[in-house]
Ligand binder design. Structure first.
Ligand code: G3P
Length: 255
């Protein structure tokens, strides 16, 4: 059985409740935009978690490689232990990616990763073998994140394969002069058209404007590097306003 949040399940028309991108039109239920952190760095994950606005984590092999101090002695067991540590810090979905290429290998590895913690979501690449693995894993109640998604056709396939999340990589599309956020809007529309419960997880976010545009597009999740999470809070008028308030407050004196 697929583990999708109750709030994403389409209600029957008999109940007169119509789902529209996470919002029930009778206002019974609303779903907030989720913020995940896109890193394998435990310090960054802890720091973001302490802010109280973190809903989950996404990792990939490149992000894990970045935090490994001694690559010659980093084992697969170390990788799984690292994912377990992330799950101890954050009470929410933690994406861990398969590092195999055939469907059978991905299924076996996905089952192993999912056994680390109930919050582990298995990331599979959007290839033909990846689709077979997604179907098998999701059919066994394991949540899957379809990764390396660069087209609406790939996103439709991910939904049909039962993926819980689809990850369009907006920054990498922008890098090749293709509007990444245009793809997010397409996927949101297509999923709405058919009521697919797969959540749109905007990945490869590079700056705060990507987060704003993801929210405007109605994406379910933005996975954001720590640097960009901290940029979201910054505004020069907040800094100058606070400086002025603190200066003026100095007349209050001390107790
Ligand atoms: O979540 C996927 C993300 O880590 C890819 O980001 O910046 O390597 O394109 P980037």
């Amino acid at each position: 059985m697929q583990c999708l949040p109750e709030s994403r399940k389409k209600q029957s028309e008999e109940n007169c409740v119509v789902w529209s991108r996470g919002v029930y039109l009778n206002n019974e239920t609303e779903q907030e935009m989720q913020f995940f952190i896109d890193t394998a760095d435990l310090e960054e994950i802890s720091a973001a978690n302490e802010l109280g606005v973190l809903d989950g984590v996404t990792t990939n092999p490149s992000l894990v490689a970045k935090i490994v101090r001694d690559p010659d002695h980093f084992t697969y067991a170390d990788f799984k232990a690292h994912i377990a540590k992330i799950c101890e810090i954050v009470d929410g979905p933690v994406s861990a990616e398969v590092t195999t290429l055939t469907a059978d290998e991905m299924i076996a590895q996905g089952e192993e990763l999912a056994s680390i913690d109930e919050n582990v979501v298995v990331k599979c690449p959007l290839t033909l073998d990846g689709l077979k693995a997604m179907r098998a894993l999701s059919g066994n109640g394991i949540r899957v994140n379809a990764t390396l998604v660069f087209s609406a056709t790939q996103a439709i396939l991910a939904a049909k394969a039962g993926a819980s999340y689809v990850s369009p990589f907006v920054g990498r599309l922008d890098d090749i002069s293709t509007e990444g956020m245009g793809l997010v809007r397409q996927i949101v529309t297509v999923y709405e058209n058919y009521g697919y419960p797969t959540e749109v997880l905007v990945a490869s976010i590079r700056h705060p404007q990507h987060v704003v545009e993801a929210a405007l597009a109605g994406a379910d999740v933005a996975t954001i590097p720590y640097k960009v999470i901290s940029q979201l809070a910054k505004h020069p008028l907040t800094d100058s306003g606070l400086e002025r308030f603190m200066k003026d407050a100095s007349i209050f004196g001390k107790e």
